[in-house]
Write a protein that binds this ligand. Structure first.
Ligand SMILES: *[C@@H]1O[C@H](CO)[C@@H](O)[C@H](O)[C@H]1NC(C)=O
Ligand SMILES: *[C@@H]1O[C@H](CO)[C@@H](O)[C@H](O)[C@H]1NC(C)=O
Ligand SMILES: *[C@@H]1O[C@H](CO)[C@@H](O)[C@H](O)[C@H]1NC(C)=O
Length: 321
């Protein structure tokens, strides 16, 4: 159902191939360019390795480097953190490489790419933070403190999915990863997309940071339901709201990315803490990346306080296992 690669390029009409080499980060990054039916497509080494229009622009490692990752997640390896030594820049970039040809961080130019990193990683930081009011460095410096839910109260097995994504005996589908995934059906869908047997081995996500980031970026890039936009499409402006969306106050905004990912848990509830915490991380990251929070737009584009949820709850409230 979900595929990573857009499989539309079947017959290539090769009009021109040119090569252009440049050196970034001391690595050879060769941009290869050709035209397919008049449209320019490119590849860029391992980071953007399929012919795609998105691979003609800067890639993530061009504008988001290891020192910036360290600034954004500066407390993750302090002794009181809960996933010391787990998360690193290399895992993030390796995971991102699967999605850069689809436009992750490569849509719309460098500034949009930087903003998308601040937005995506702001979500990640908020969901994996152990920073509270009194923490040193401030509450926004503690993203990637966790890689799993610490005291799960249940196994998150939804039996109604037993034909498509049956729970594996003994497996626990508690929250894991960078945008934590919960429930057998989410592990099943992510595993299908990433070609990893997450239904039988949900623990892979807490053992492998690359896979954990891949699952998070997949969630960001993939609509949760058919006919809905992905958080990515909302953020970069690929999605055009319908009349109904506009009536529900859902625009092409950061606020709507929270809506499509978390629905009523975060949105449509007024100015609540879980929502404000995500927004604060996003703005903090814009500052750290040197863009500045002024660029994020007015508060009603950041917020989803007044929006109606894309996905009214269908998640079962209790476990059936
Ligand atoms: C590439 O970057 C330019 C601006 O630098 C932007 O206008 C264009 O839309 C980008 N291409 C794609 C495919 O996003
Ligand atoms: C971690 O996951 C990535 C992506 O699925 C995979 O390529 C890599 O081999 C895994 N690493 C280990 C040690 O299993
Ligand atoms: C319009 O939005 C409401 C509330 O979000 C939803 O219940 C309804 O099904 C939507 N209608 C259409 C045609 O999408």
């Amino acid at each position: 159902m979900v595929t990573i690669r857009s499989g539309s390029i079947v017959i290539l009409v090769l009009l021109a191939v040119s090569f252009l080499a440049l050196v970034a980060n001391g690595e050879d990054k060769t941009i290869k360019v050709k035209k397919v039916r008049g449209n320019k497509v490119c590849t860029q080494g391992w980071e953007c390795s399929w012919w795609s229009k998105y691979c003609c622009n800067q890639t993530i490692s061009d504008y988001f480097q290891v020192y910036q990752f360290e600034q954004l997640f500066s407390k993750r390896n302090t002794p009181i953190a809960h996933a010391v030594g787990f998360w690193d820049y290399q895992s993030f970039i390796t995971a991102a490489a699967l999605f850069e040809p689809l436009g992750f961080g490569t849509t719309g130019g460098k500034l949009m790419g930087q903003k998308e990193m601040a937005a995506f990683l702001g979500h990640v930081a908020s969901k994996t933070s152990c920073g509270y009011g009194v923490a040193t460095g401030g509450p926004l410096a503690w993203g990637l403190c966790y890689n799993r839910e610490m005291s799960p109260m249940q196994s998150y097995c939804d039996e109604s999915w037993k034909f498509k994504y049956p729970c594996s005996p003994g497996a626990e589908y508690y929250g894991r990863g960078a945008l934590p995934i919960y429930w057998n059906f989410n592990y099943g869908a992510a595993g299908e997309a990433l070609k990893a047997d997450l239904l039988n081995h949900p623990e892979y996500i807490e053992q492998n940071a690359t896979l954990a980031f891949q699952a998070a970026i997949w969630r960001w890039m993939t609509p949760i339901k058919r006919a809905q936009p992905s958080a990515h499409d909302i953020f970069v402006g690929n999605w055009k709201p319908t009349k109904n969306d506009t009536l529900s106050k859902r625009g092409p905004t950061f606020g709507s990315t929270m809506n499509v990912l978390y629905g009523e848990y975060t949105c449509g509830q007024g100015s609540i803490d879980p929502m404000n915490n995500i927004i604060s991380h996003y703005l903090y990251f814009l500052d750290l990346m040197g863009i500045g929070r002024e660029d994020a737009g007015p508060n009603d584009e950041l917020s989803c306080a007044e929006q109606k949820p894309f996905n009214p709850s269908t998640v079962p409230s209790s476990s059936s296992s």
